[in-house]
Write a protein that binds this ligand. Sequence first.
Ligand SMILES: CCCCC/C=C/C(=O)SCCNC(=O)CCNC(=O)[C@H](O)C(C)(C)COP(=O)(O)OP(=O)(O)OC[C@H]1O[C@@H](n2cnc3c(N)ncnc32)[C@H](O)[C@@H]1OP(=O)(O)O
Ligand SMILES: NC(=O)C1=CN([C@@H]2O[C@H](COP(=O)(O)OP(=O)(O)OC[C@H]3O[C@@H](n4cnc5c(N)ncnc54)[C@H](OP(=O)(O)O)[C@@H]3O)[C@@H](O)[C@H]2O)C=CC1
Length: 290
Amino acid sequence: MFAPDLLKGSICVVTGAGTGLGRAAALELARGGAIVVGCGRREEPLAETVASIEDGGGTAVALELDIRESDAVNEVVDRVLADHGRIDTLVNNAGGQFALPAEYITPNGFRTVLELNVLGTWLMTHAVATKAMIPQGGGKILNVTLSPHDGFPGLVHSSAARAAVENMTKTLSVEWARFGIRLNALAAGHFDTDALATRYVPGVKEDALTRVPAGRWGTVEEWGWLVTYLASPAGDYFSGSVLTLDGARDVFGAGSYPPAGLLEAVEEAAIATRQHRNDIRFVTTGVDRK
Ligand SMILES: CCCCC/C=C/C(=O)SCCNC(=O)CCNC(=O)[C@H](O)C(C)(C)COP(=O)(O)OP(=O)(O)OC[C@H]1O[C@@H](n2cnc3c(N)ncnc32)[C@H](O)[C@@H]1OP(=O)(O)O
Ligand SMILES: NC(=O)C1=CN([C@@H]2O[C@H](COP(=O)(O)OP(=O)(O)OC[C@H]3O[C@@H](n4cnc5c(N)ncnc54)[C@H](OP(=O)(O)O)[C@@H]3O)[C@@H](O)[C@H]2O)C=CC1
């Protein structure tokens, strides 16, 4: 899609680069000539991303990291600076949640989603800004969030978390303009990634598609193009914006809740075995972790 030397020599850190949208962003950035540092908790998917990039003639390295761990975040940023000397773009892509009616979400479940999406994004942002971008005189930070914006029934924790991230993005775009740091949030609509297919109960995914006026899932390639455009010089004047890529999902709005059959399925599983928490987890993700 882009000229092969668009990002030549640029150092781009992508969290969650082993799968889905993060992987697609990493591949496209590398096609543009960037050196990609892919982070995530699991070694195997990161290694696959690195291998794909290298097969295509690009350069990438993988660093294992849990973005919720402050010490580990600092170590990874120090390592990138020791190896590459600077960080031009940080893509805070790692994130996620589970879909569940709000009344079933436990305090720890809510905290978990907030910690991953808000605290993790903050720790990465702060470490990269203070260690790399402020000393080097600038850089770009792209924070992945969610569409629809005006309430996302079934995802109250993540909806709140992503609103926090978008506000953080706007606040820092003003505070850190004096350092040449540009921050934007990229709100994803519904993209056909493995996570969406496997971590949500069948029916939830299909219901989501009925709320997309464009009538189709976004492709991961389309996501990679947006990230790469913003990382390139063409994106230099963007800062403090929320760019929504969603086939008009946001305009369509939250809609009614719950989708037909969801509450009944949750109740049925919970009552049948009297093991509320695990069975709710099973119903909502299709992954039985008892
Ligand atoms: C509806 C369509 C959505 C479309 C828009 C969004 C799309 C996407 O974002 S695509 C997918 C992105 N990837 C994911 O969402 C990853 C899938 N989710 C997860 O991996 C996890 O849910 C997690 C990362 C959010 C949390 O995992 P983990 O840190 O391993 O959590 P714990 O097992 O330690 O549990 C902590 C706490 O949270 C409760 N909990 C976790 N998962 C569920 C669940 N599926 N259902 C209900 N509750 C869950 C868990 O019970 C714990 O609370 P307590 O039991 O009170 O201790
Ligand atoms: N697909 C979609 O339609 C939408 C996606 N999004 C958001 O886009 C982003 C990417 O989504 P998608 O690719 O679909 O989903 P994935 O679940 O495939 O991607 C999430 C990535 O984040 C990594 N990750 C999760 N927790 C941590 C952690 N604590 N530390 C470091 N890395 C972590 C995961 O790797 P590992 O487990 O190895 O750590 C994984 O590679 C997420 O923030 C998601 O919520 C938003 C709206 C819609």
